[in-house]
Write a protein that binds this ligand. Structure first.
Ligand SMILES: [Zn+2]
Length: 446
């Protein structure tokens, strides 16, 4: 039972609701990058819930499903298909975020055609002030953000202007440097040259290329970046072999020696592995913690077995001076993740996204983590959304309830006292990430 109707649960939830939160993972850039809010179905189905609608859409043309996210298509035209798919998926945790937004942001009790008109009337109110107010009112002190590729890609000027101190992030934002663009699974000469150009070089060897990457990481840190984030699990298996430099160099030179060549996947795995290990050495030397995507992926029709954090064991063993923050509860491979957290001092478990992937799994993971590993190694929340703060707030609402229900269960079975439970919540939501990411805030004492 997740939400016991008990005074104990209510008391713990009251405490947890008043706690500040360090949001350990977002993809937000600031109001300017927010999608347009022009049509209510599109505005209510941003991100993950759209994947559930997609998954419910067997037999429906892909094009018709995609039109649901098109702000230019009138609600009237979308409604028959949306109604059918919504009814099929409205009980998922992703859909619950949409229900919370309907209730708390737009004052609507349930999804209906009329409700969408009421939402449409209020879309103009979702302005810049509402954007930042939503984050503040959710109780988020600071959010760690991995901004999307269009901003950080070496092929655009976003990263260059951040390194130059021109592009700034909002006050509560802390940047994680996105790593996949620096070791793409499909490597071209243009990419090598664009990375070099960020440091005013045109690399003529693997060593020169690595010098450029190290300089980029160094300059980003000087501009306030607090870590590195890698989500290569979307496109490759998380096992990284230790590859001799000569092998990596020979693959690198295939592209460098003829700018028309492309090193693809899987033939470029050796170089990709080599670069990843080299970047972990940079992370160690620059004292940058590393966030890694493990488990479940956004979208549909990907394969999850390649994302199991168990594949990372050799990386975690080798780079023991690097702090690794493993994402998403490694869903659905819980046992493997608990082992890694218990076994390696340099591993922390990050519950970002997890409370809406699978709330009961998140609850079980948290409860088992209390019993299996030091509670200092757990990070309780990350919204993992783009520039749609009301979705983050809805997610956090679910997370606070889920964490409170988990702790109430541990108190009821007398594993924890009530005070210990409240103190654990403060550690998960605030003190642990504050320390792990060296954010420098005072400890939150309950
Ligand atoms: Zn993410």
């Amino acid at each position: 039972m997740l939400h016991p109707e008990s005074d104990l649960f209510d008391r713990i939830l009251g405490e947890v609701n008043s706690m500040p939160v360090i949001d350990c993972h977002e993809h937000m850039q600031g109001f300017e990058k927010r999608p347009p809010y022009e049509e209510p179905i599109a505005a209510l189905t941003f991100g993950y819930v759209f994947s559930d609608l997609h998954s419910a859409g067997f037999g429906v043309a892909e094009r018709d499903i995609m039109r649901l996210q098109d702000q230019g298509v009138p609600t009237e035209q979308k409604w028959p298909l949306f109604q059918k798919l919504w009814q099929a998926t409205e009980h998922t945790a992703y859909a619950r975020v949409t229900k919370l937004i309907l209730r708390d942001v737009y004052g609507v009790a349930e999804m209906s055609r009329e409700a969408l008109d009421r939402v449409a009337d209020q879309l103009p109110d979702r302005d810049e002030a509402a954007y930042y107010r939503t984050i503040d009112e959710a109780g988020i002190t600071v959010l760690l953000t991995d901004v999307p590729g269009d901003w950080l890609s070496p092929l655009t000027d976003g990263l260059a202007s951040f390194m130059a101190g021109e592009a700034r992030l909002p006050e509560k934002w802390r940047l994680l440097i996105s790593l996949p663009g620096l070791h793409p699974t499909s490597l071209t000469w243009e990419r090598i040259d664009a990375i070099g150009a960020l440091t005013d070089h045109s690399p003529t060897s693997l060593d020169e290329f690595l010098d450029s990457v190290c300089t980029i990481l160094e300059r980003c840190k000087q501009r306030g970046a607090i870590g590195i984030k890698d989500q290569s699990a979307y496109s490759r298996i998380l096992s990284y072999d230790l590859v001799p430099k000569s092998v990596a160099e020979s693959q690198f030179n295939q592209v460098l020696g003829n700018p028309r060549n492309v090193l693809g996947w899987p033939e470029g795995k050796a170089l990709n592995d080599y670069l990843f290990h080299q970047y972990m050495r940079f992370a160690r030397d620059l004292d940058l913690p590393v966030q890694l995507h493990t488990g479940h992926m956004a979208g549909i029709r990907n394969r999850v077995d390649k994302t199991n954090a168990a594949h990372l064991a050799s990386v975690l063993e080798l780079h023991r001076d690097v702090r690794f923050d493993l994402f998403h509860g490694n869903w659905p491979y819980m046992g493997d993740l608990l082992f890694l957290g218990k076994n390696y001092p340099n591993v922390a478990l990050d519950c970002c996204w997890l409370h809406i992937i699978d709330p009961d799994y998140a609850s079980e993971l948290l409860a088992r983590s209390v019993m299996t590993l030091p509670h200092t190694k757990v990070h309780g929340f990350g919204g993992d959304y783009g520039d749609v703060p009301e979705f983050v707030a809805g997610h956090l609402h679910i997370a606070r309830e889920n964490i409170s229900a988990t702790l109430a269960r541990l108190v009821r079975r007398r594993w924890l006292t009530e005070q210990q439970a409240i103190s654990l919540a403060a550690d998960w939501l605030y003190n642990n990430p504050n320390r792990f990411f060296s954010l420098g805030f005072d400890e939150f004492i309950v």
